[in-house]
Design a protein around this ligand. Structure first.
Ligand code: G6P
Length: 368
């Protein structure tokens, strides 16, 4: 490959470590401190059209679909615009009613995923406004959409998406800020979010130092056959993404679930051979997730916790704790996914899997 590994053993690891920089690049020139909002050069919609948006559909596949789920929480919370998230492969044939004030975003790293492209083309053909959030400049989707936002994450070579995901979440946070500031979000509120976003590259850098702890955890659990990933609210998509990463590159069966849904099925899987990864940084549902964790422990299931640095009590319940820096809840997905990316990487490596080119998968799926 033309892109150098720069001393890393795999592209995936290199790309995980590039995240402080790729996040910085996603934000470069887009945070307007003066007006406490975000700016985008390529939306190609009039301010009137943007203000008139009453509903947003976010669509994509795989990891990009997970970032869409994060976007749903962000946009609804900051901008109070109803959001629906659709698998592109479903949206393209489902023909849902879409009105004129709906904006459809196709989210895709490659800009070439056949289903996402088809879903966007179909909605555009019906006369709706379509935008792309993609990484590859001048890709098919970038050309097909009315406008969009580039991630500027640089080439992503590893088949399992890492830095593109955190950049997508970052762009979605900025879009939420932007739409929010057109509506109910105050100047002070916008300003605070900008300041918090500016702390992100440093927080991700700090999260990467958990690599040492993650290696030990990987060693301990490398031979399991099933893993549950549980989180709530902003960390529910993180649970899905952590499970997907593990499946993709280590071929271990994993399921991501909203932690509270555990009692409606997944808890039946819990035994001493099935570890549960809880994404449990401080936040509104912390106590509730803690209670779920205790339920898993009571049934003999090993517990791995992704927890805030400032959380002394977690050690008394979890078998293994991986620490991440504290960031506001709305930005947690960008930080809490980092140890999960590393965990899947180290487990895959220990199992002798081809990390950058996992079996049966392709970097971009250009056929239906
Ligand atoms: C493939 C890749 C995934 C990726 C998905 C969507 O399945 O293996 O890593 O998330 O396609 O790709 P896109 O380029 O549209 O984000």
């Amino acid at each position: 490959n033309e892109v150098s590994l720069e001393g890393f053993d795999h592209y995936m690891l290199k790309e995980i470590y590039e995240q402080p920089e790729s996040i910085r690049n996603a934000m470069r020139g887009r945070l307007d401190e003066q007006d406490a909002t975000a700016v985008f050069g390529g939306l190609n919609l009039t301010p009137q059209q943007l203000r008139g948006v009453e509903r947003i559909i976010l669509t994509g596949c795989g990891t990009s679909w997970h970032s869409a789920l994060v976007g749903e929480y962000l946009i609804e919370e900051l901008a109070r615009i109803p959001v629906s998230v659709e698998y592109a492969s479903e949206l393209r044939y489902r023909n849902p009613p879409i009105d004129n004030n709906t904006l459809v975003f196709g989210i895709t790293q490659s800009g070439e995923t056949a289903d996402t492209l088809a879903a966007l083309r179909e909605t555009k053909r019906k006369g709706h406004r379509t935008l792309a959030i993609c990484n590859v400049v001048a890709s098919s989707i970038a050309q097909a959409a009315d406008g969009g936002v580039y991630l500027h994450a640089g080439p992503e070579i590893g088949v399992a998406s890492t830095k593109a995901y955190t950049s997508q979440c970052c762009v979605l946070a900025m879009l939420a800020l932007y739409f929010g500031r057109m509506r109910h979000l105050s100047y002070e509120g916008g300003k605070r979010i900008i300041e918090e976003m500016q702390q992100l590259p440093g927080a991700v850098q700090q999260a990467l130092t958990c690599d040492v702890q993650v290696r030990d955890v990987a060693q301990k659990y490398k031979d399991v056959s099933n893993v549950l990933y549980l989180g709530r609210q902003y960390n529910f998509p993180t649970a899905l993404e952590g499970a997907l990463k593990l499946k993709e590159i280590s071929y271990i069966h994993a399921e991501g679930y909203p932690a509270a849904e555990m009692k409606h099925g997944p808890i039946a899987l819990v035994d001493e051979h099935t570890p549960s990864v809880f994404i449990i940084p401080h936040g509104t549902t912390y106590e509730k997730v803690l209670a779920n964790m205790e339920e898993v422990k009571a049934r003999g299931g090993p517990v791995i916790a992704i927890a805030s640095h400032e959380d002394p009590q977690i050690e008394s319940i979890a078998d293994d704790v991986i620490r991440i820096p504290s960031v506001p809840e709305i930005l947690q997905p960008i930080v809490s996914v980092v140890p999960l990316q590393l965990l899947s990487y180290h487990i895959a490596l220990l199992r002798g899997c081809d990390v950058d080119k996992p079996r049966n998968l392709a970097k971009s799926v250009t056929v239906e």
